[in-house]
Ligand binder design. Structure first.
Ligand code: NAD
Ligand code: ZN
Ligand code: ZN
Length: 336
């Protein structure tokens, strides 16, 4: 099969022939139809994070396709089923985190397109218990980004504790952020959006943001305090550390800030400001299988329409270059 392989962190991906993987007893072999390209795939290819990906990695964790073979212990997946892979490719099922609804924190988890090969190839493997079930009638291009961007921001928004009618700031209106605007609206929130590119802010307005700030021109704290009185929650999906520090300035007292973005780096934060205004800052990593089912259900009911443009696996290095320069509107989705 053809796949895009990371051969070295300082070299382009190589699109080449590799063997079709063989499913283990509890796994299924999936023929890919589409796969979204997440900024995490770029971090993986560049080796941006402290934990290294597997060698000769095939990235991709927004893969959507059809089951073509199953292992001999698989009981709930059948040839022909439409499924997706995910960042949470598997978890142990028995540790304290798995037992208490926090399988996303399982220390023994495998990650699709990171610790195991992902969806930038013609075939991929999924673990039966962790494959996402794709709702009937899903659009192959639109549904792919739900599998990471969608579930991640849906969970992240829940973690902000923002209630219907209250304000949330979405910082970073890329693949994750433009979908976050839509989930926030569907969850009854009012949205302020921050990015450094006017085209992204247009996208945010089209998806229902009421206030937008170009942080390369204006001070997000000043504008958002003036327009909203400070937001009750913030979801940071931006890929620059500066956005993380700026998040504090847009908050109302008692607000919760949730970090989804994962750029390498640190940000300054004032202790007095956090304590006296009782601000909560928390990280949030993808979502559980339950979050995934709920995120897909929002999509199935027509509440979410990712802005997508198609590409092929041969375009992958070009897609990464555009992503690095912040030149993608919404999500690029590879078609197989
Ligand atoms: P993307 O490249 O599609 O979007 C990033 C956006 O950030 C762009 O719109 C860019 O203009 C904007 N941006 C850059 N600098 C900014 C600044 N200073 N202020 C505001 N906005 C700024 O990336 P993506 O696919 O949406 O992923 C975003 C981040 O989220 C990545 O770091 C990715 O690894 C991470 N991620 C985390 C999770 C999780 O579970 N926590 C899941 C998926 C992705
Ligand atoms: Zn992702
Ligand atoms: Zn576990």
């Amino acid at each position: 099969m053809r796949a895009a392989v990371v051969v070295a962190h300082d070299k382009p991906l190589v699109v080449t022939e590799v063997p079709v993987p063989t499913p283990g007893p509890t796994q299924a072999l999936v023929q890919l139809i589409t796969s979204g390209v997440c900024h995490t795939d770029l971090h993986a290819a560049r080796g941006d994070w402290p934990v290294a990906p597997k060698s000769d990695l095939i990235p991709g964790h927004e893969g959507y396709g059809r089951v073509v073979a199953v292992g001999d212990q698989v009981t709930e997946l059948q040839v022909g089923d439409l499924v997706g892979n995910a960042w949470l490719w598997s978890a142990c099922g028995t540790c304290q985190y798995c037992r208490t609804g926090w399988e996303t924190l399982c220390p023994d988890q495998e990650n699709g397109g990171y610790s195991v090969d992902g969806s930038f190839g013609e075939y991929m493997l999924v673990e039966e218990r962790f494959a996402a079930r794709i709702p009937d009638g899903a659009d192959p291009l639109e549904v792919a980004p739900i599998l990471c961007a969608g579930v991640t921001v849906y969970k992240g928004l829940k973690m902000t504790d923002v209630k219907p009618g209250q304000w949330v700031t979405i910082s970073g209106i890329g693949g994750l952020g433009h979908i976050a605007v839509q989930y926030a609206r569907a969850m009854g929130m009012r949205v302020a959006a921050v990015d450094v590119d006017p085209a992204k802010l247009d996208l945010a307005r089209r998806h229902g943001a009421e206030v937008t700030v170009d942080a390369s021109v204006d001070d997000p704290g000043e504008v958002i305090q003036r327009e909203t009185g400070g937001t009750h929650g913030v979801l940071v999906t931006a890929v620059h550390p500066r956005a993380f520090g700026q998040a504090l300035a847009v908050t109302r007292r008692g607000a919760t800030i949730v970090f989804n973005g994962l750029p390498p780096g640190d940000f300054p934060a004032n202790i007095f400001d956090i304590v006296l205004r009782a601000i909560t800052i928390r990280g949030s990593i993808v979502g559980t299988r339950q979050d995934m089912e709920e995120a897909l259900d929002f999509y199935a009911r027509g509440a979410i329409h990712p802005t997508v443009s198609p590409a092929t696996i041969d375009d992958i290095n070009d897609v990464f270059e555009r992503m690095e320069r912040g030149q993608i509107d919404g999500r690029i989705v590879l078609k197989f």
